[in-house]
Ligand binder design. Structure first.
Ligand code: NDP
Length: 335
C-alpha cells in the first residue's frame, strides 16, 4: 500500500518536497473494522489550509501525517456488520491506497444511481457547497445578475447553472479561453470573462449592465476588486473561498478597506462566509434537487482526472493554479 504524507509545511506555494510518498503494509481489519481500497481521491483547495499550522475552522494535518481528503472506496474486507465486502463507500481516508475504518463517518454509495465519482463532486461536497451557499445566502431572484469565478470548476460550474435554473443571469469568470468557451457554450452561462484579461473590470461592467446582485466569492484578489464597485444595493456575497490568497505569506490590509466598509453600509450589502457543513440540514434537499437536475441535463459537470496516487501532489499543486479543468480527481485504483 502507499500513502502521501505532509513532509513539511509549505511557505507560499506548495512544492514537491512538501509531500512524501511512503510504502506501508495495510494491516488486516480488527474487530468492528473494515479495510478500504481507494478508488477515487478528491483533491480540493481547502487542503492547502490543512497544510498550515495555526488557528482555522479545522485542525491542521500534522507533519508526517497522511494528507486529508475525501475518497470513494471499496470495502475489501469487513469485520463490521454494517458493511459487506464489495460495498462502495464515501470516506475521509485521505491520500492513501488503503485505509482501516471503524465504519463511523462512512456512507454507502449506490453505483446504480450515478457514476460513483460524483459522490465527491457534483453530488458531493462541492455540489452541496454551491447549492447551499447560493440558495441560503445568495438567494438569487429571477432576472437578477449572479457572478461567480472559478466558473469551470467543481463549485463555480454548479453555482452558475443553479442560478440559471432559478431564472437569474449567470456571468462566469475563468482562466483562459477554453474554460470560458466551455462555461458559455456547454454550461449555458450568459457570459464568461477571463480573469487574466487586463481589462477585466471594464468588461465585467459591460457584461453586467444592471449591476451585480449576487457575487459568489470563490477567489478574492483582482476578481473581487473588479466586482465590488458593481454590487447593487442589497447585493448578497456568499464568501465561499479565497483561492487567490491561499499561498499568501502575510496578511495585507488594502488601502480601500475603509471605503469598502462604507459601501457595505450605504449599499446595505450582505457579506457572509460559510463552510459547507453549516448547511448539513439541507443535504436531503440538495441530493433530491441536484440528482434530478443532473439527470435532466440541467446541471452538467466535468471531471479532470490524473492517474495513480503518485500523481496527487502535482495535481494538487496544479489545482491551486488553475491547471485543472473541472473537478480534480485522482484515480487511485480501478472502479
Ligand atoms: P476548482 O475546481 O474551481 O479549482 C480551483 C480553481 O480556482 C482553479 O481551477 C482556477 O480556475 C481558480 N483559481 C486559482 N487561482 C486563482 C486566482 N488567483 N484568481 C482566479 N481564479 C483562480 O475548485 P473548487 O470548485 O473545489 O473550489 C472553488 C472555491 O470554493 C475555492 O476557493 C474553495 O476553497 C472553495 N470551497 C469552499 C467550501 C466551503 O465550505 N466554504 C467548500 C468547497 C470549496 P481558473 O483557471 O478558472 O482561474
Amino acid at each position: 500500500a502507499k500513502r502521501v504524507v505532509l513532509a513539511s509545511r509549505p511557505v507560499g506555494e506548495p512544492k514537491p518536497s512538501d509531500f512524501r510518498i511512503e510504502d506501508y503494509t495495510a494491516p488486516p481489519p480488527g474487530d468492528g473494522q473494515v479495510l478500504l481500497r481507494t478508488i477515487w481521491l478528491s483533491l480540493d483547495p481547502y487542503m492547502r489550509g490543512r497544510m498550515n499550522d495555526g488557528p482555522s475552522y479545522a485542525a491542521p494535518v500534522p507533519v508526517g501525517g497522511v494528507m486529508e481528503g475525501g475518497t470513494v472506496a471499496e470495502v475489501i474486507a469487513s469485520n463490521n456488520p454494517g458493511f459487506a465486502k464489495g460495498d462502495i463507500v464515501l470516506s475521509r481516508a485521505g491520500w492513501q491506497t488503503h485505509a482501516l475504518s471503524d465504519g463511523k463517518g462512512l456512507a454507502k454509495i449506490d453505483p446504480k444511481l450515478a457514476p460513483v465519482s460524483t459522490a465527491v463532486g457534483v453530488l458531493g461536497m462541492p455540489g452541496l457547497t454551491a447549492y447551499t451557499g447560493l440558495l441560503e445566502i445568495g438567494k438569487p431572484q429571477a432576472g437578477e445578475t449572479v457572478v461567480v469565478a472559478a466558473a469551470s470548476g467543481a463549485v463555480g460550474s454548479a453555482v452558475g447553472q443553479i442560478a440559471k435554473i432559478k431564472g437569474a443571469r449567470a456571468i462566469g469568470i475563468a482562466g483562459g479561453k477554453d474554460k470560458c468557451d466551455y462555461v458559455k457554450n456547454e454550461l449555458g452561462f450568459d457570459d464568461c470573462l477571463d480573469h487574466r484579461d487586463p481589462d477585466l473590470a471594464a468588461k465585467l461592467k459591460d457584461a453586467c449592465p444592471k449591476g451585480i446582485d449576487v457575487y459568489f466569492e470563490n477567489v478574492g484578489g483582482a476578481v473581487f476588486e473588479a466586482v465590488f464597485p458593481l454590487l447593487n444595493t442589497f447585493a448578497r456575497v456568499p464568501v465561499c473561498g479565497l483561492i487567490a490568497h491561499y499561498n499568501d505569506t502575510e496578511a495585507t490590509v488594502p488601502k480601500w478597506a475603509a471605503s469598502m466598509m462604507r459601501a457595505v453600509l450605504t449599499k446595505r450589502l450582505t457579506i457572509r462566509g460559510f463552510i459547507v457543513g453549516d448547511f448539513a440540514a439541507r443535504h436531503g434537499d440538495f441530493l433530491r434537487d441536484m440528482s434530478g437536475w443532473v439527470r435532466e441535463g440541467k446541471v452538467k459537470y466535468k471531471e479532470f482526472v490524473t492517474d495513480g496516487l503518485d500523481s496527487a501532489p502535482a495535481a494538487f499543486m496544479g489545482l491551486l493554479k488553475g491547471a485543472n479543468f473541472g473537478k480534480q480527481l485522482v484515480r487511485v485504483g480501478p472502479d
